[in-house]
Structure formats: structure tokens, C-alpha cells
Design a protein around this ligand. Sequence first.
Ligand SMILES: *Cc1c(COP(=O)(O)O)cnc(C)c1O
Length: 374
Amino acid sequence: MSLETHPTWMELDASALVHNLGEVRQRIGGGVRIIASVKANGYGHGIVPVARVLADAGVDMLATGSFAEALALRAAGVETPVLLLAGTLPGGMGDVVAQGFIPTIIDLAGAQAVNRAVSLAATAPTDIFIKVDSGLGRVGVALDAAQGLIAEIAGLPNVIVRGLYTHLSFQDADGMAYTEQRLALFYDLVQRLKAAGLDIPITQALASSALLLGWRDDCTAVCPGHILFGLNPVSAELAGVKPFHAALAAIKSRVIQVRDHAGGPEMGAGGYHGGRRQRRTAVAPCGLNDGYAPIGPGLDGVVLHGGHELRVIGVSLEHLTVEVPDAVHIAVGDELVIVGGDGPVALDRVARWQGRRPIDALMAFSARMPVKVV
Ligand SMILES: *Cc1c(COP(=O)(O)O)cnc(C)c1O
């Protein structure tokens, strides 16, 4: 498909991703594996291009939340092992195992379903990861009940407990003591299992927040997501994301029409151009369906055309309308930077005009956009 048919796209900075992976490597011990979290369409950067870059850079495993995304990776020829983060009913485990993805187990029923599926397929025992809920309160085996349950799961003949992981709760500095206390209990669980004869090869607790804070541990893997993309997983007060770089290079679109409206700048009280101050408008196919969102009341949103900021005057289902001062020369086909860089259209600024967080904006933008690796 040519971009001419819908000239709106995202540009992914491959070198930033590779740089960020290197930054993670520097923060962890030599033998520690990196499981790259590429869930949610690669945090809104396009799961296939992101996974290709990370796989080429030698990441050990990719983690995604959705079966469909895992299939897309295989269809794209990415051969790195794929861990499916919890999201599957027991009835789906047969498909997960048949595709060769590593399922995350969060209860006995899921483990039994894997065990049964392997037995029916008469294949070799399959690897599973078990997720422990250490305090986030979302999914996983409850920490307090974990030892007995994990022993029971490990006793199933057709499963191999290859990994054990948890996802820490980091809300703000106040919650830190709780996080540390629960983390200690997770490490204690790993030790108790080992003492009971179950030495699980891959253990993991640290993700972006902990790595930003410089935490290290004795687990054999880490699972970063946000920082690989240069995104801040926690409040800015807790930790910045330097020296990680933004993986989003830009979101761009091209002008499909330029029009001069009769009546000059003072016109435009009626119809669609409520707040128009300039005579000329330009339109790009980057509307709500492309992930743009309305600009909040009293705020000015802009896009960039060369060095010029053009004010957004309309966001509709399929189109973004901007106004163009007379001094700016603009033509059909010209490129507009919708999001990008640290300046006037930085992701966090655009997201702020739109009353959402950068990650929400990324989720919306990436749903339909093709991604070019730059
Ligand atoms: C999403 C996720 C991660 C990555 O978290 P970040 O904060 O993005 O680094 C790690 N582990 C699990 C289980 C996750 O679901």
C-alpha cells in the first residue's frame, strides 16, 4: 500500500531503541537476560518494527499481552521466543502452546489446561512462566499462597516451570516502602522454592521504574518496557528518563488541500472555522480516526510546516484543519509534523493540549498508522 493513499505515518527511531537497550544492559549484571516488554503494540510504536529492531539487537525474549500480536511477530519472521503476558483463558491455552508461545500462568486451571493440551498433542513437556502478584493487585498467583500452588503446578507432568516473575507496584514515593517490602517477599519465595527443590531458571521482578532507580537484584532477568521507548513509567518527581532516548521520531502527515476562504481573517465566525484568524487553511488526513484528539478549551494546538507553527482549528473524524499565515508558502503534498522532537510539537505537549498522557496519545495514534523505521 502506498502512503499516497493515506499520507499519515509514524517514524520509529531504531537507533534510540538500540541505545536504550544498551542502557538497560549497562544497569544489569553480565548474565542477566533482557525480556523486552513490547505489549500494547510496542507501547504504541508498532509491534512488528519494534520487535525486529530489538530482535536484531539480540534481546533474549519478547513479552506481549496479546495472542494476535504474538502471531503478528511470527508472521513477520521474528523468531525470538515470545512470552505471552497474562490475557488468556484456560480454553485458549491449547492455541498458545500449539503456536510455540510461552504462556503466563496465573492459576491452577491455566496450568492444567496447558498440561492437557500438551498431553492431547502428544508433544514434549512445554515451558510455562508463572506470574506472582506481589502487591499490584492485578493478575497473578497471590504471593501468600504461591509456594504451595507453584509446587502443585510444577508437579504436572507436561509442564516445565521455566520462569517466575512479578510486576512491582510503583505509584509514588509514598508507596515505595510497600514496594520494597513486597519485593523482599518475592525474593524470599524464590529462595523457599529453591530450598524445596524447585530451582526456576528465569526469575524476574525489575521493570522500567526499578531500573531507572538503579535497583539491581539476584534474579536472572529483567523485563523493561517504558524505558526502551524513552517513556517515563512513573511521575516525573520520582525519576526522569535520561539517558534514555525517545523511540518515537515523529508522527507526520501530508497536506491534501490548501484553500483561501473569502472574506479575510475576520471572517469565519460561522460554520466549521469558529476561531479562524487567517484567510488560508490547509487540511491533512490526520483526524480522530488517526488518533488525533480535540484540543482542550482555551488551548492552542499546532503542527509544524518547515520551521512554522500552524494553529489547529479543527479536528474531525478524518481530517486535521490548520490555518496558515499569508507569509507561509504551503502546497498540496507538503509534510506536516504532527508530533515529534522536544519543541512545539513534543509528544508530552501535544498530549497535554489533548488532555491525556503521552502513552494514551501513543495508543490512539498507533492503532492505524503505518510505521517507518528511520
Ligand atoms: C508491562 C510489564 C512490564 C514492563 O513494565 P514497564 O514499566 O513498562 O517497564 C514488566 N513486567 C510485566 C509483567 C508487565 O506486564
